[in-house]
Design a protein. Structure first.
Length: 137
């Protein structure tokens, strides 16, 4: 479904995730409008609580560098979660997936190859605005 959101799609990289989310939402919502069942509450993306189990690695990006200096790696997708370590601009990072934090920013679960530390970093601190693959929770 999101195959059209590639580098040559004409959609800026930072907007592809938003467009993909809207397309996915429309694909789920439109059939419901035409074949209406009893109303149910929409499921909102959840943040990864502090200490949340690591998600599956569904993002093929591995070895990307260029994080903001001292970008913190946390135990969950919130600034209130414990900082486990940090990434330097020259560190190689392996992206797993992203979710929405309780601050309404997107966060990527990643592993720092230099330190071996894995956890959550806010996407505005990461090259390419973090992962483009939604964790699914």
């Amino acid at each position: 479904m999101v195959a059209f959101l590639t580098a040559g799609s004409g959609i800026p990289r930072g907007r592809r995730r938003t467009v993909a989310a809207l397309v996915a939402a429309a694909a789920v919502t439109l059939p419901v409008l035409f074949f209406a069942a009893p109303a149910q509450a929409a499921v909102a993306p959840q943040n990864a609580s502090c200490g949340h189990a690591p998600p599956r690695n569904i993002d093929p990006i591995s070895g990307i560098t260029g994080a903001v200096n001292a970008a913190l790696i946390r135990s969950g997708s919130s600034r209130s979660c414990t900082a486990l370590g940090q990434s330097a601009p020259t560190d190689r990072l392996d992206y797993f997936c992203f979710t929405v934090g309780n601050d309404n920013h997107t966060w990527t679960y990643l592993k720092n190859h230099r330190t071996g530390i894995a956890g959550w970093t806010r996407d505005d601190l990461l090259p390419g605005d973090g992962s483009n693959f939604f964790c699914g929770f």
